[in-house]
Design a protein around this ligand. Sequence first.
Ligand code: SF4
Length: 241
Amino acid sequence: MADLVNSQTHKKAECRRCGTCCRKGGPALHGPDAELLSGGILRARDLCAFRAGELVRDETLERIVPLPGELVKIAAPHGSRPDDWTCRFLTEKNLCFIHGTQPIECRAFYCEAPEALLALSGKDSLDRKAVRALLKAPEWWDELMDAHAEHCAYGALTELAPRIADDAEARRAFLEIVEYDRAFRELAVEKKAAQPDELDFLLGRPLLRTVIMYGLDARPQPDGGISLVQTSRNVREEVKE
Ligand code: SF4
């Protein structure tokens, strides 16, 4: 993220432009990034949302924790593998496609002095509704976010996930949420409420992809259903600690 200026010391960082930090994930957006959204540099299709309660690795605590609030980040390129977090603006030559207008996290970060980036964590984060307003996207997108969240909250999935192996009702309820999320996305596109490449921002990443955070593999079946296979128990045990 940095061929950049360390915002704390105001000294030019000795960035080797290796691109490693940009491959670990795009930056989360904060208040100072508002002009990138209102000025058209970042569009809804460049972004993805991490919804409240989504399980993420906290590098400070060195364990998986539920996100206390929502984050909006620059997404990986469309069609990339689920485990590829590379920022979509990193070019093949390790250059930043929006160099000069990078979000504040990129300007603050220098891998050998990460304190400036850590200081931004949780400060003045932009959530989806704030980003939606800055993008001047339709106001009724807010209602879609709320309607989707009402049925697809990560809190409910996190409560159900540890029980699905032994409790048929918990498994049914878990699958119902994953199926609702899939159907909601299909309907949003069918009704032309959003483009397919805007859904990772509008509704967060699909549950079909993210339930892997519970050690589960969810796959659509030819009969229209979804299969759910437990692949690991480690993640959920770490969360319960
Ligand atoms: S916006 Fe540019 S500097 Fe920031 S992570 Fe993406 S490629 Fe790297």
